[in-house]
Design a protein around this ligand. Sequence first.
Ligand code: FAD
Ligand code: MLT
Ligand code: ZN
Length: 475
Amino acid sequence: LTRERYSVRRLPFSVVSEDDLAALERIVPGRVITDPEELEAPNVDWLRTVRGSSKVLLRPRTSQEVAHILRYCHERNLAVSPQGGNTGMVGGSTPVFDEIIVSTALMNQIVSFHNVSGVLVCQAGCVLEELSRYVEERGFVVPLDLGAKGSCHIGGNVATNAGGLRFLRYGSLRGTVLGLEVVLADGTILNCLTSLRKDNTGYDLKQLFIGSEGTLGVITAVSILCPPKPSAVNVAFLGCPGFAEVLQTFCTCRGMLGEILSAFEFMDAECMKLVGLHLHLACPVQESPFYVLIETSGSGAGHDAEKLSGFLEQVLGSGLVTDGTLATDQRRIKMLWALRERITEALSRDGYVYKYDLSLPLDRLYDLVSDLRARLGLHAKHVVGYGHLGDGNLHLNVTAEAFSPSLLGTLEPYVYEWTARQRGSVSAEHGLGFKKKDVLGYSKPPEALQLMQQLKALLDPKGILNPYKTLPTRT
Ligand code: FAD
Ligand code: MLT
Ligand code: ZN
C-alpha cells in the first residue's frame, strides 16, 4: 500500500537475520516481538493511511537497553523506527519497510517530581494523560494537552514538538522542556536531563531533538516544567455568524480576558455536523456557521466569572456572537471540550482523510477552506476547517469515500502553494514524518534544508534512524 502510493524505494540496510534476533533477545530478554498478529497494529498509523512490514518490535525498559539496541543496529546497519503511542498524523511512527520498531511502551516510569518548582522528570514512554493525573494530584498541570492524551507518550510529544490545546497559554515544548536524555544512532547516551530554568552553557542541544521525529536520536527521558494548576477554569462555547466575527471575537477576547485566557479554538459547521453524525455529540448552542471554544484559567473564580460575563455581554450585544453557553463544572467543561477534541475521530469515521495542518495569517486563515470547498464540489465528502485559532493554526481536512489519486492531485500542490504564498507553514504542529517530508521546501529555504541534511549526516551517518522520514527524498 505505502510503497505503491508513495513510490519509495528501500535503502540498502541489512535484513534482520536469526542471529540478529538471538542477539536482540540477549539485550531485551522476552521483549523481542515477532508474532505477526502482535505486529499488525504497530505497522499501521492512527489514520490508517500508511502500512509498514516490520517483522520485529523491541520493548526496552531502560536507556541502557535502548543504547545497546542502537549500538547493535548501527554496527549491523539495521534500520530502526522509534514508536511511542503511534498517534502521529504524518506517518512518522510506523516503519516504511522492515525497519525494527523500538517501542517506548515499557519506559513508563516517573523519575522525580519537585513540588516547589513543578519540574517533572520521567521516562519517554509515560502516557500524557497519566502524567497529567499524577501532577494534577500534586497541584500542577502538564503544559501540554491534546486529544490523543490517552495514548500518546511524552517522548512522542517531544519528538514531534506537539502543540495542542494549551499552547496559547504555556507556549511551545521548546520552552517548557528543560532537559532531555537521548540515545544517539551509535548507541551513545547523551545525558542533558537537567532541570534548570536558565543554562546558557554553549549550544542548547536538546532543541535539536525536539521536533526531530526520531531521525536524530531516540529520546529516553524528559524533564519538563509544569505550571501550577489553575483553581478557576471556565469554558464558553459560542456560535458566530461568520469568520470575520470569529476574528473580532478573538480580538475582543484578548482585550477583555487578557491574562486569564487559556485557549481559543474554532470549528466550522461541517465539523459540528460530523461530530453529531459519527459520535452522537449534540450541539449545545443554536446552529451557526462557526463555533468558538474559549477557556479561561485563573486563580480567582469570582474575578474570572465577572470578566467573562462582561465579555459575553459585549460579544452578544454587538452581534459578534449569536448564541453561547458557559460551563464551570468539570463534567460540562469536559463535554464542551469533547466537541472540539473529538473532531479528528469523527473525521476518520467519515472516510479517507486528507489532512493539512497549516500556519496562516489570521485574516486569511479560513479563505483556503472556502476556496477548496468550491473547487472540490462533489469530489469530496466534506471539506472542514477547525483548529487552534489563537495560535494561527488551521486544520484543513478533506474526506472522501476512499483514497483517490485524482483528488490528491487537486489538493496538492495547490494547498502547499497557497500556503507558501502567504508565507505560512505547511506543518504547524504535526511535523513532516513520512507523508509530508517532500513539502518542507514550501516553508524553508534550500540553505536550511541543506543544513538539516548535514546535521542528519553528522548525527546519524548511516541513516539508520527513522529513514524515509522528515527530510526530502534525495534525488
Ligand atoms: P508516535 O506517533 O508514536 O511518533 C511520532 C513521531 O515521533 C514518529 O516520527 C516517531 O518515530 C517519533 N518518536 C516517538 N517516540 C520517540 C522517542 N522516544 N524518541 C524519538 N522519536 C520518537 N498533535 C499536535 O501537535 N497537536 C494536537 O492537538 C494533536 N492532537 C491530536 C489528536 C488526536 C486524536 C491524534 C490521534 C493526534 C493528535 N496529534 C496532535 C498528533 C501528535 O503528533 C501526536 O498525538 C503525539 O504528539 C505523538 O505522540 P506519540 O507518542 O503517539 O508518537
Ligand atoms: C487537533 O487539533 O485536533 C489535532 O491536531 C488533530 C487534528 O489535526 O485532527
Ligand atoms: Zn491541532
